[in-house]
Every structure is written in structure tokens, then in C-alpha cells.
Design a binder for this molecule. Structure first.
Ligand code: SF4
Length: 64
């Protein structure tokens, strides 16, 4: 009998209080052990987290 292969564990969402989680411009970038919040509006792509206020924020449709 072979040993059980553990299920991969997804990393926890980073900065759960960040405004980006509720923004239409946020995209998740995940690796095997990391999870980044990418912004498609910012030239820098990865804003300093956690974002508390942002003039480009637009709520996701599911949050409307
Ligand atoms: S627009 Fe602002 S709130 Fe939205 S993902 Fe980019 S940095 Fe975050």
C-alpha cells in the first residue's frame, strides 16, 4: 500500500483587509506557495499592501 499523497494546501489570501479584494481591477497571481494581488490599472502592477483607499477603485459586480 502506498502512502497517501497529501492534498495541496492553497495559501491564505494575502492582506484580507485590502480594498483590492473587492475591486474589479484586481487579479490573483498564485504560485505553489504564494498568492499576490495584481492590479491591471496600475503601471507598477503590484501596489503596496494593504490598500486602504484608492481613487481607481471600482467594486466588483458581485459586490454591487
Ligand atoms: S485599482 Fe486600486 S483598489 Fe483596485 S486593484 Fe488596483 S490598487 Fe487595488
Amino acid at each position: 500500500m502506498q502512502p497517501a499523497v497529501p492534498e495541496p494546501v492553497e495559501p491564505a489570501p494575502p492582506f484580507p483587509t485590502s480594498l483590492c479584494h473587492r475591486c474589479a481591477h484586481q487579479r490573483d497571481v498564485k504560485t505553489a506557495s504564494s498568492w499576490f494581488l495584481r492590479c491591471v490599472k496600475l503601471e507598477s502592477k503590484y501596489p503596496p499592501q494593504p490598500v486602504r483607499a484608492c481613487p481607481m477603485f471600482e467594486p466588483r459586480r458581485s459586490d454591487c
